[in-house]
Design a protein around this ligand. Structure first.
Ligand code: SOE
Length: 390
Protein backbone atom coordinates (compact mmCIF):
# COMPACT_ATOMS: atom_id res chain seq x y z
CA UNK A 1 0.00 0.00 0.00
CA UNK A 2 1.39 3.37 -1.01
CA UNK A 3 1.93 5.75 1.89
CA UNK A 4 1.85 9.43 0.91
CA UNK A 5 4.72 11.50 2.28
CA UNK A 6 3.87 15.17 1.97
CA UNK A 7 7.01 17.22 1.45
CA UNK A 8 7.50 20.83 2.54
CA UNK A 9 10.58 22.05 0.67
CA UNK A 10 12.44 25.12 1.95
CA UNK A 11 14.60 26.79 -0.69
CA UNK A 12 14.57 26.88 -4.47
CA UNK A 13 18.23 27.20 -5.37
CA UNK A 14 20.56 24.54 -6.70
CA UNK A 15 19.67 22.11 -3.91
CA UNK A 16 15.96 22.97 -4.07
CA UNK A 17 16.04 21.65 -7.64
CA UNK A 18 18.19 18.62 -6.89
CA UNK A 19 15.98 17.55 -3.98
CA UNK A 20 12.68 18.31 -5.75
CA UNK A 21 13.80 16.20 -8.69
CA UNK A 22 14.53 13.31 -6.30
CA UNK A 23 11.07 13.50 -4.68
CA UNK A 24 9.43 13.54 -8.11
CA UNK A 25 11.37 10.63 -9.58
CA UNK A 26 12.16 8.25 -6.74
CA UNK A 27 9.04 6.11 -7.20
CA UNK A 28 9.71 5.73 -10.92
CA UNK A 29 12.93 3.87 -10.25
CA UNK A 30 12.56 2.32 -6.80
CA UNK A 31 9.76 0.20 -5.38
CA UNK A 32 8.93 1.89 -2.11
CA UNK A 33 5.99 2.10 0.25
CA UNK A 34 6.36 5.86 0.62
CA UNK A 35 5.25 8.18 -2.19
CA UNK A 36 6.59 11.72 -1.82
CA UNK A 37 4.06 14.40 -2.72
CA UNK A 38 5.31 17.91 -3.49
CA UNK A 39 2.95 19.57 -1.05
CA UNK A 40 4.49 23.00 -0.45
CA UNK A 41 7.43 25.10 -1.55
CA UNK A 42 8.68 27.75 0.84
CA UNK A 43 10.91 30.74 0.04
CA UNK A 44 10.91 34.41 1.04
CA UNK A 45 10.38 35.80 -2.46
CA UNK A 46 6.70 34.99 -3.23
CA UNK A 47 6.98 35.54 -6.98
CA UNK A 48 10.05 33.34 -7.40
CA UNK A 49 8.61 30.74 -5.03
CA UNK A 50 5.43 30.58 -7.10
CA UNK A 51 7.39 30.24 -10.36
CA UNK A 52 9.49 27.42 -8.89
CA UNK A 53 6.42 25.71 -7.44
CA UNK A 54 4.69 25.84 -10.85
CA UNK A 55 7.71 24.44 -12.66
CA UNK A 56 8.15 21.53 -10.29
CA UNK A 57 4.48 20.89 -9.51
CA UNK A 58 4.30 21.94 -5.85
CA UNK A 59 0.70 22.23 -4.75
CA UNK A 60 1.10 25.35 -2.60
CA UNK A 61 3.52 28.10 -1.62
CA UNK A 62 4.60 29.57 1.72
CA UNK A 63 6.89 32.54 2.28
CA UNK A 64 7.54 31.92 5.99
CA UNK A 65 9.15 28.63 7.01
CA UNK A 66 7.64 28.99 10.52
CA UNK A 67 4.18 28.63 9.00
CA UNK A 68 5.27 25.75 6.82
CA UNK A 69 6.61 23.64 9.70
CA UNK A 70 3.34 24.12 11.59
CA UNK A 71 1.14 22.92 8.76
CA UNK A 72 -0.77 19.69 9.46
CA UNK A 73 -0.60 18.61 5.85
CA UNK A 74 3.21 18.32 5.81
CA UNK A 75 5.04 15.14 6.88
CA UNK A 76 8.64 15.91 5.92
CA UNK A 77 10.56 19.17 5.97
CA UNK A 78 13.39 19.45 3.49
CA UNK A 79 15.97 22.03 4.53
CA UNK A 80 17.46 23.30 1.29
CA UNK A 81 17.93 26.82 2.63
CA UNK A 82 21.34 28.36 3.49
CA UNK A 83 23.31 27.01 6.46
CA UNK A 84 22.52 29.77 9.00
CA UNK A 85 18.85 28.73 9.19
CA UNK A 86 19.31 24.95 9.35
CA UNK A 87 19.26 24.80 13.14
CA UNK A 88 16.14 26.89 13.75
CA UNK A 89 14.20 25.12 11.02
CA UNK A 90 15.27 21.67 12.23
CA UNK A 91 14.33 22.40 15.84
CA UNK A 92 10.93 23.75 14.82
CA UNK A 93 10.35 20.81 12.49
CA UNK A 94 11.11 18.36 15.30
CA UNK A 95 8.76 20.23 17.62
CA UNK A 96 6.02 19.79 15.05
CA UNK A 97 6.72 16.09 14.55
CA UNK A 98 8.13 16.30 11.02
CA UNK A 99 10.71 14.06 9.43
CA UNK A 100 13.74 16.02 8.24
CA UNK A 101 15.98 15.86 5.20
CA UNK A 102 18.70 18.49 5.63
CA UNK A 103 21.22 19.74 3.08
CA UNK A 104 24.88 19.55 4.08
CA UNK A 105 26.70 20.79 6.08
CA UNK A 106 24.35 19.96 8.93
CA UNK A 107 24.95 23.26 10.74
CA UNK A 108 27.13 26.34 11.14
CA UNK A 109 29.22 24.64 13.84
CA UNK A 110 29.38 21.71 16.28
CA UNK A 111 27.33 23.44 19.00
CA UNK A 112 24.40 23.84 16.60
CA UNK A 113 24.83 20.35 15.16
CA UNK A 114 24.81 18.84 18.66
CA UNK A 115 21.61 20.66 19.60
CA UNK A 116 19.94 19.49 16.40
CA UNK A 117 21.11 15.90 16.89
CA UNK A 118 19.90 15.82 20.50
CA UNK A 119 16.49 17.15 19.50
CA UNK A 120 15.96 14.82 16.58
CA UNK A 121 17.09 11.78 18.53
CA UNK A 122 14.85 12.61 21.50
CA UNK A 123 11.92 12.83 19.10
CA UNK A 124 12.69 9.52 17.38
CA UNK A 125 11.83 11.11 14.02
CA UNK A 126 13.47 9.92 10.79
CA UNK A 127 16.26 12.23 9.67
CA UNK A 128 18.90 12.38 6.99
CA UNK A 129 21.59 14.68 5.64
CA UNK A 130 22.09 14.97 1.88
CA UNK A 131 25.70 13.85 1.55
CA UNK A 132 24.77 12.69 -1.94
CA UNK A 133 28.21 11.61 -3.10
CA UNK A 134 27.98 8.41 -1.06
CA UNK A 135 25.36 7.45 -3.64
CA UNK A 136 27.62 7.80 -6.67
CA UNK A 137 27.78 4.14 -7.77
CA UNK A 138 31.59 4.24 -8.14
CA UNK A 139 32.01 5.63 -4.59
CA UNK A 140 29.59 3.04 -3.21
CA UNK A 141 31.66 0.41 -5.05
CA UNK A 142 34.80 1.76 -3.37
CA UNK A 143 33.06 1.20 -0.03
CA UNK A 144 32.28 -2.36 -1.07
CA UNK A 145 35.93 -2.91 -2.05
CA UNK A 146 37.06 -1.68 1.37
CA UNK A 147 34.46 -3.76 3.21
CA UNK A 148 35.52 -6.87 1.29
CA UNK A 149 39.00 -6.45 2.75
CA UNK A 150 40.64 -5.79 -0.63
CA UNK A 151 42.67 -2.79 0.56
CA UNK A 152 44.33 -4.52 3.50
CA UNK A 153 46.05 -2.38 6.08
CA UNK A 154 45.35 1.24 5.05
CA UNK A 155 48.29 3.65 4.92
CA UNK A 156 47.22 6.76 2.99
CA UNK A 157 44.01 8.65 2.25
CA UNK A 158 44.35 11.53 -0.21
CA UNK A 159 41.43 13.83 -1.04
CA UNK A 160 41.04 16.94 -3.17
CA UNK A 161 37.99 19.07 -3.79
CA UNK A 162 38.81 21.83 -6.24
CA UNK A 163 36.67 24.45 -7.98
CA UNK A 164 37.44 27.79 -9.68
CA UNK A 165 34.34 29.95 -9.60
CA UNK A 166 35.34 32.67 -7.09
CA UNK A 167 38.66 33.78 -8.59
CA UNK A 168 37.32 37.08 -9.99
CA UNK A 169 37.45 39.83 -7.38
CA UNK A 170 34.16 41.31 -8.56
CA UNK A 171 32.12 38.23 -7.62
CA UNK A 172 29.90 39.61 -4.84
CA UNK A 173 29.27 37.91 -1.52
CA UNK A 174 25.70 37.28 -0.37
CA UNK A 175 22.47 36.53 -2.23
CA UNK A 176 21.45 33.53 -4.31
CA UNK A 177 24.22 30.89 -4.46
CA UNK A 178 26.77 33.54 -3.44
CA UNK A 179 25.66 33.27 0.19
CA UNK A 180 28.39 30.59 0.22
CA UNK A 181 30.88 33.50 0.33
CA UNK A 182 29.20 35.22 3.29
CA UNK A 183 30.57 33.81 6.55
CA UNK A 184 27.49 34.86 8.53
CA UNK A 185 25.30 32.73 6.31
CA UNK A 186 27.63 29.88 5.37
CA UNK A 187 29.59 29.49 8.63
CA UNK A 188 32.80 28.79 6.70
CA UNK A 189 34.05 28.64 3.13
CA UNK A 190 35.42 25.58 1.38
CA UNK A 191 35.73 23.73 4.69
CA UNK A 192 31.99 23.42 5.28
CA UNK A 193 30.93 23.54 1.64
CA UNK A 194 33.40 21.22 -0.08
CA UNK A 195 35.62 19.51 2.50
CA UNK A 196 32.51 18.40 4.41
CA UNK A 197 31.83 16.14 1.39
CA UNK A 198 35.43 14.86 1.36
CA UNK A 199 35.40 14.24 5.11
CA UNK A 200 32.06 12.43 4.97
CA UNK A 201 33.35 10.14 2.21
CA UNK A 202 36.70 9.64 3.94
CA UNK A 203 35.23 8.60 7.30
CA UNK A 204 32.68 6.37 5.55
CA UNK A 205 35.48 4.55 3.74
CA UNK A 206 38.35 4.74 6.20
CA UNK A 207 36.85 5.35 9.67
CA UNK A 208 37.17 8.18 12.18
CA UNK A 209 39.59 11.05 11.80
CA UNK A 210 41.11 11.63 15.23
CA UNK A 211 43.22 14.78 14.82
CA UNK A 212 44.03 17.40 12.21
CA UNK A 213 46.40 20.24 11.46
CA UNK A 214 45.25 22.82 8.94
CA UNK A 215 46.06 25.97 7.02
CA UNK A 216 43.43 28.17 5.40
CA UNK A 217 43.71 31.20 3.12
CA UNK A 218 41.38 33.97 2.01
CA UNK A 219 42.78 35.26 -1.29
CA UNK A 220 40.24 38.02 -1.92
CA UNK A 221 39.96 39.97 1.31
CA UNK A 222 36.98 42.21 0.48
CA UNK A 223 33.95 41.79 -1.72
CA UNK A 224 30.82 43.83 -2.36
CA UNK A 225 27.89 42.41 -0.44
CA UNK A 226 24.98 41.75 -2.80
CA UNK A 227 22.40 42.71 -0.17
CA UNK A 228 23.95 45.89 1.31
CA UNK A 229 25.87 47.04 -1.81
CA UNK A 230 28.82 47.79 0.50
CA UNK A 231 32.36 46.46 0.21
CA UNK A 232 32.81 44.19 3.22
CA UNK A 233 35.62 41.96 4.56
CA UNK A 234 35.44 38.36 3.43
CA UNK A 235 35.23 36.02 6.42
CA UNK A 236 35.29 32.65 4.69
CA UNK A 237 38.21 30.38 3.87
CA UNK A 238 38.80 30.41 0.08
CA UNK A 239 41.19 27.49 0.36
CA UNK A 240 41.98 24.95 3.04
CA UNK A 241 44.56 22.20 3.33
CA UNK A 242 44.85 19.83 6.21
CA UNK A 243 46.70 16.75 7.40
CA UNK A 244 44.71 14.11 9.22
CA UNK A 245 45.29 11.06 11.36
CA UNK A 246 42.76 8.26 11.20
CA UNK A 247 41.92 5.97 14.13
CA UNK A 248 43.11 3.00 12.04
CA UNK A 249 46.63 4.44 11.92
CA UNK A 250 46.56 5.73 8.35
CA UNK A 251 47.49 9.28 7.34
CA UNK A 252 45.34 11.68 5.32
CA UNK A 253 45.83 14.79 3.22
CA UNK A 254 42.89 16.97 2.22
CA UNK A 255 43.03 19.96 -0.12
CA UNK A 256 40.20 22.23 -1.16
CA UNK A 257 39.95 25.54 -2.99
CA UNK A 258 37.73 27.62 -5.24
CA UNK A 259 40.85 29.01 -6.96
CA UNK A 260 42.06 26.02 -9.00
CA UNK A 261 41.65 27.45 -12.50
CA UNK A 262 40.02 24.86 -14.75
CA UNK A 263 38.79 22.61 -11.94
CA UNK A 264 34.99 22.69 -11.72
CA UNK A 265 33.94 19.96 -9.31
CA UNK A 266 37.18 18.03 -8.93
CA UNK A 267 36.29 15.83 -6.00
CA UNK A 268 38.83 13.02 -5.87
CA UNK A 269 40.13 10.50 -3.39
CA UNK A 270 42.68 7.73 -3.30
CA UNK A 271 43.09 5.14 -0.58
CA UNK A 272 46.30 3.11 -0.51
CA UNK A 273 46.58 -0.06 1.53
CA UNK A 274 49.00 -2.96 1.78
CA UNK A 275 46.88 -5.17 -0.48
CA UNK A 276 45.30 -2.68 -2.88
CA UNK A 277 44.27 0.88 -3.72
CA UNK A 278 41.18 2.69 -5.00
CA UNK A 279 40.98 6.03 -6.85
CA UNK A 280 37.95 8.12 -7.79
CA UNK A 281 37.45 11.45 -9.61
CA UNK A 282 33.97 13.03 -9.70
CA UNK A 283 34.75 14.73 -13.03
CA UNK A 284 35.01 11.19 -14.43
CA UNK A 285 32.32 9.79 -12.17
CA UNK A 286 31.45 6.56 -14.00
CA UNK A 287 34.81 5.02 -13.23
CA UNK A 288 36.42 3.49 -10.19
CA UNK A 289 40.09 2.68 -10.44
CA UNK A 290 41.34 -0.27 -8.46
CA UNK A 291 44.79 -1.73 -8.00
CA UNK A 292 44.87 -5.26 -6.63
CA UNK A 293 48.06 -6.51 -5.04
CA UNK A 294 46.70 -9.37 -2.97
CA UNK A 295 43.34 -11.08 -3.29
CA UNK A 296 41.64 -11.56 0.10
CA UNK A 297 39.78 -14.71 -1.00
CA UNK A 298 42.71 -16.65 -2.43
CA UNK A 299 45.30 -14.92 -0.25
CA UNK A 300 47.51 -14.83 -3.36
CA UNK A 301 49.55 -11.91 -4.66
CA UNK A 302 48.41 -10.67 -8.05
CA UNK A 303 51.84 -9.81 -9.31
CA UNK A 304 52.93 -10.53 -12.85
CA UNK A 305 53.84 -8.73 -16.08
CA UNK A 306 50.19 -7.60 -16.56
CA UNK A 307 49.65 -6.20 -13.09
CA UNK A 308 48.26 -2.67 -13.18
CA UNK A 309 45.45 -0.32 -12.29
CA UNK A 310 42.02 -1.56 -13.36
CA UNK A 311 39.52 1.02 -14.60
CA UNK A 312 36.03 -0.25 -13.82
CA UNK A 313 33.07 1.26 -15.67
CA UNK A 314 30.53 1.20 -12.85
CA UNK A 315 27.35 0.65 -14.88
CA UNK A 316 26.64 -3.08 -14.58
CA UNK A 317 23.58 -4.48 -12.82
CA UNK A 318 25.79 -5.93 -10.07
CA UNK A 319 27.19 -2.48 -9.26
CA UNK A 320 25.63 -0.41 -6.44
CA UNK A 321 22.31 1.22 -7.45
CA UNK A 322 22.70 0.32 -11.14
CA UNK A 323 20.01 -2.37 -11.21
CA UNK A 324 17.52 0.50 -10.68
CA UNK A 325 18.64 2.36 -13.80
CA UNK A 326 19.55 1.55 -17.39
CA UNK A 327 21.21 -1.36 -19.14
CA UNK A 328 24.96 -1.91 -18.60
CA UNK A 329 27.12 0.74 -20.22
CA UNK A 330 24.47 3.47 -19.89
CA UNK A 331 25.61 5.96 -17.32
CA UNK A 332 23.72 7.90 -14.67
CA UNK A 333 24.59 11.41 -13.50
CA UNK A 334 24.70 13.92 -10.67
CA UNK A 335 20.93 14.15 -10.14
CA UNK A 336 20.62 10.40 -9.70
CA UNK A 337 22.80 10.48 -6.59
CA UNK A 338 20.02 12.43 -4.85
CA UNK A 339 17.38 9.95 -6.03
CA UNK A 340 19.52 7.04 -4.77
CA UNK A 341 20.02 8.83 -1.43
CA UNK A 342 16.30 9.44 -1.02
CA UNK A 343 15.49 5.83 -1.91
CA UNK A 344 17.93 4.59 0.74
CA UNK A 345 16.37 6.90 3.31
CA UNK A 346 12.78 5.85 2.60
CA UNK A 347 13.74 2.18 2.47
CA UNK A 348 15.48 2.58 5.82
CA UNK A 349 12.30 3.97 7.37
CA UNK A 350 10.25 1.16 5.83
CA UNK A 351 12.65 -1.35 7.35
CA UNK A 352 11.91 0.09 10.78
CA UNK A 353 15.01 2.25 11.12
CA UNK A 354 14.98 6.00 11.52
CA UNK A 355 16.27 6.31 7.98
CA UNK A 356 19.76 5.52 6.91
CA UNK A 357 23.29 6.90 7.05
CA UNK A 358 24.28 9.67 7.06
CA UNK A 359 21.75 10.82 9.66
CA UNK A 360 22.16 13.87 11.93
CA UNK A 361 24.43 11.99 14.36
CA UNK A 362 26.72 10.89 11.58
CA UNK A 363 26.81 14.36 9.99
CA UNK A 364 27.66 15.76 13.44
CA UNK A 365 30.94 13.77 13.26
CA UNK A 366 31.81 15.46 9.96
CA UNK A 367 30.96 18.82 11.55
CA UNK A 368 33.41 18.01 14.37
CA UNK A 369 36.21 17.49 11.87
CA UNK A 370 35.32 20.75 10.07
CA UNK A 371 35.38 22.68 13.35
CA UNK A 372 38.70 21.09 14.36
CA UNK A 373 40.17 22.01 10.94
CA UNK A 374 39.11 25.65 11.35
CA UNK A 375 40.34 25.71 14.97
CA UNK A 376 43.71 24.35 13.87
CA UNK A 377 43.98 26.96 11.10
CA UNK A 378 43.54 29.59 13.83
CA UNK A 379 45.78 28.02 16.46
CA UNK A 380 48.49 26.64 14.16
CA UNK A 381 48.40 23.44 16.22
CA UNK A 382 47.13 19.89 15.88
CA UNK A 383 43.53 19.72 17.12
CA UNK A 384 41.64 16.64 18.34
CA UNK A 385 38.35 16.09 16.54
CA UNK A 386 36.45 14.18 19.23
CA UNK A 387 34.76 12.11 16.49
CA UNK A 388 32.70 9.19 17.78
CA UNK A 389 31.35 6.74 15.24
CA UNK A 390 28.44 4.61 16.43
C1 SOE B 1 29.53 24.57 -4.26
O1 SOE B 1 29.86 25.16 -5.47
C2 SOE B 1 28.72 23.31 -4.46
O2 SOE B 1 27.53 23.66 -5.10
C3 SOE B 1 28.43 22.66 -3.11
O3 SOE B 1 27.62 23.48 -2.30
C4 SOE B 1 27.77 21.32 -3.33
O4 SOE B 1 27.55 20.67 -2.12
C5 SOE B 1 28.72 20.51 -4.20
O5 SOE B 1 28.28 19.22 -4.34
C6 SOE B 1 28.90 21.19 -5.54
O6 SOE B 1 29.45 22.43 -5.29
Amino acid sequence: MAKPLRVGMIGYGFMGKAHSNAYRKVNHFYELEYRPILQALCARNAEKAKAFADTWGYESVETDWKKLVERDDIDLIDIGAPNHVHKDIALAAVKNGKWIACEKPLAMNVAEAEEMTRAVEASGLPNMVWFNYRRVPAIALAKQVVDEGRIGRPFHYRATYLQDWTIAEDVPQGGAALWRLDVNVAGSGVTGDLLAHSIDTAMWLNGPITRVTARTETFVKERTHAETGKVQPVGIDDACMFLAEFANGSMGTFESTRYARGRKNYNTFELNGADGSVYFDLEDAQWLQFFEYKNPQSGKKVEDHLTGWRKIHVTNFEHPYMDHWWVPGCTIGYEHTFINALADFLKGVEDGKKGTQPDFRNALQTQKVCDAVLASARSGKWEQTGVKMS
